[in-house]
Design a protein around this ligand. Structure first.
Ligand SMILES: N[C@@H](CCC(=O)N[C@@H](CS)C(=O)NCC(=O)O)C(=O)O
Length: 437
């Protein structure tokens, strides 16, 4: 019995591993399809019908796909767009046709269906385990193999059994039972309480699913915490106590060479700088992004960079000179207080005419603003909110969101050094060493 790689396997693996899962999924689809129409047909009919193999559209499509990708050919848009549209329509149509075809079958042998489904699952998991022992698979590949072992049986098994009259009712029972069982297991796995995957979930499959979030309770990390919370993205916190100097540890600098928080590891992908992380997560999840139009994306990039290069750095320097720098500092305080106010006023004016930073939906740019807006009285002074009512309105609205409360609550879960003593100053402001040298 071959598994349902196309309609079930590919969406499932892309759901679990994102775009990284697509390549191994397509390779498994092509391999499984070729085997199905050679060995599979041979088993049910007693001989291999090579015409069936050559006429297989998936095989022809694969040959064309490989030829295009190797040669660098690109289809003109006027062919590519209608073909993509037809392809998108054909997938649900194929599912409907397969479902309709299956509905004409007789499920007369449910016990055989149950027994065969259990045996197939066990055999496939053993085979997957052996493959993992023998082949040096990397990245998402081990997880993909395990996922594929758990797929239900393809409807094609029934169609071929029916065509060659090889126990079609028994095969129909196996297909139906395995689909029902698969839905239960997949739902449990995606809910994070998998029973089947736990013993087999090698380090790579687990770490790929769980983002490592390098966190300190300060404005830049907390905006990313908010995004992770808003999207329900699973993550594990790794604390970086910057007052203790943990940001300078070589292991952390291998992830963020800039030696600042936040940073993250998504499987074997490292991302650093809070705004880059927001964009990375936005592209990965597709959530809290503005409309996918040039105009909306232009607004997103412009305002995100305004926060990244203006609001953040000027606010940070204003805090530094007002609260931490030694005297004399009048010139620096004047410059950074002036620039911080100038940036916050620009944002306030923009928010006077717009509910959110980018148009009328809450996006990752509002989250980037939120990280710093929480600290406005510390940055600009206790009366600052009187002059920035529109920023305050956005801050209050985001503060009321449960995700924001969960992001804020992270701070209380971990212990960080609170004192700004000589050691903390040495770790946070290493430039001072040049003054005493
Ligand atoms: N551009 C970076 C700035 C990161 C940054 O300055 N992080 C601060 C916390 S908000 C930090 O880690 N400071 C410790 C240090 O400067 O040593 C970002 O947006 O992530």
């Amino acid at each position: 019995m071959f598994t349902n790689v196309g309609p079930v396997g590919i969406p499932l693996i892309v759901l679990a591993y994102g775009q990284d899962g697509l390549a191994p999924a397509v390779v498994l689809l092509v391999l499984s399809n070729i085997l199905h129409f050679t060995i599979g047909v041979g088993v049910v009919s007693g001989r291999v019908d090579w015409h069936m193999v050559y006429a297989n559209p998936l095989l022809r499509g694969t040959v064309l796909g490989v030829a295009f990708s190797q040669s660098g050919w690109v289809l003109p848009t006027w062919i590519n767009t209608p073909l993509t549209t037809i392809g998108s329509v054909l997938v649900p149509m194929m599912l409907l046709l397969l479902g309709a075809r299956l509905s004409t079958s007789k499920v007369s042998d449910a016990p055989v269906g149950v027994a065969a489904s259990v045996i197939m699952l066990v055999v496939r998991l053993i085979a997957a385990w052996l493959i993992l022992l023998v082949l040096p698979l990397q990245g998402v590949e081990p997880g993909a193999i395990i996922l594929f072992a758990c797929l239900p049986s393809a409807v094609f098994n029934f169609m071929l059994a029916d065509r060659f009259q090889c126990a079609p009712n028994k095969v129909a029972s196996m297909v139906i039972v395995s689909h029902v069982a698969n839905r239960c297991v997949a739902a449990r796995h995606l809910a994070g309480v998998s029973i089947i995957f736990v013993p087999y979930s090698t380090k790579s499959t687990r770490s790929l699913r769980m983002i490592k979030f390098y966190y300190h309770p300060s404005p830049n990390p907390i905006k990313v915490a908010l995004y992770l919370e808003e999207t329900g993205t699973p993550y594990e916190v790794v604390t970086v106590d910057t007052r203790k100097g943990e940001q300078h540890a070589p292991a952390f600098k291998a992830i963020n060479p800039n030696a600042k928080t936040p940073a993250m590891q998504d499987g074997d992908i490292n991302v650093f700088d809070s705004n880059a992380m927001l964009l990375y997560l936005g592209e990965k999840t597709g959530q809290f992004m503005p409309a996918n139009t040039p105009a909306a994306r232009a607004q997103m990039y412009s305002w995100l960079m305004f926060v990244a290069t203006g609001i953040g750095p000027y606010s940070g320097q204003a805090v530094h000179f007002k609260h931490f720098a030694p005297e004399p500092k009048e010139y620096a305080v004047n410059r950074y207080d002036f620039e911080a106010w100038r940036h916050w006023n620009i944002l306030n004016d923009h928010l006077a005419a717009n509910q959110y930073v980018v148009g009328d939906t809450y996006t990752l740019v509002d989250m980037a603003v939120w990280g710093w807006a929480r600290a406005v009285p510390f940055i600009l002074g206790p009366d600052a909110w009187e002059k920035l009512p529109h920023v305050k309105r956005l801050l209050d609205e985001i503060n009321a969101r449960p995700a924001a409360q969960r992001a804020e609550a992270l701070k209380a879960k971990y212990t960080f050094k609170a004192e700004m003593d000589d050691d903390a100053r040495k770790n946070m402001f290493p430039q001072n060493a040049r003054l005493t040298a």
